[in-house]
Ligand binder design. Sequence first.
Ligand code: PHE
Length: 346
Amino acid sequence: MGTDPLQELEQIADDAATAIRQAASLKGLEEQRVAWLGRKSRLNELMKHIPSLPADQRGAFGKRMNEVKASVESALSSRRDTLAASPARAPLDVTLPGSAIPQGRLHPITQTIQSILALFVPMGFEIVEGPELEFEYYNFDALNIPKDHPSREGFDTFFIDRPSPDPTRGRLLLRSHTSPVQIRVMEQRQPPLRIVVPGKVYRPDPLDPSHSFMFHQVEGLMVDGRTSFADLKGVLDRFLKALFGPDTKTRFRPHFFPFTEPSAEVDIACASCRGSGCSTCGRKGWLEIMGCGMVHPNVLKAVRYDPQRVQGFAFGMGVERIAMLKHHIADIRLFFENDLRFLEQF
Ligand code: PHE
């Protein structure tokens, strides 16, 4: 032992205090305990030198030695308390349930559109989209809705207040239905043709529980040399049974649309009252679900198809209405308010 034993003792006291304060875990602290108080510790080594000290110094040295040991012990125990109380340092308890990672989801309208499309794709329909900013020609004229004709009033429309980039196609507007995409596709392609068209449409309706100035439609169109009204009924009946359940009853009720002839509205038997009449269906027993019909010869002529050689059917449905019926939602505005308490239910 080169240095003075008393000086060495004080050095050990200092080193131990620093090392113990820095122990970062209970395991690390246990290593410190062994290092400073164990059999091979510097204190234990130093103890062996007591007999070689001058007799008058032994008592004081031994006393100081005990004090240092006691202070190391108390430093260990206070550090142990600190580490045990700190949650960040607490050992991982693998039996506790994990904390859930919040997960995003698709908007209920997107989900409804996807499930509608997924039912038509296996029947051979191709998904197509078209512009929301549309020309008067596609939204009305080519669909056999002539200017000044009263049927145009059935489709209240937002017109765009600026000069049309192509006056031969009329004014610009926000499309009031997805039917103009029928025209755009037929202009570009020849039959046979089967398409479904999802998208946003706009009508200047005041907001109320069943109206919104923006909503979604899915349009369908099938054209070839022989497609009949029976095919239309078959496709839509199959679609509605797949969407609302195999026991769903459907009915086709005569109606008028300028772009189809004959035209029909499709109803499903009210699921709440099974046809006997309740508040959901307004005591009618039936819920109106979509419009449809055989493509009008004037529409075929507008895209230079020969009505003598090709024919087809078209249909259109409101997505919000279908989602509301499927999920028993009473107010269309819930879809657009983005309240997470509503959206997280889907
Ligand atoms: N476009 C019609 C509407 O918005 C729906 C429809 C589409 C009807 C195709 C018949 C055929 O009301």
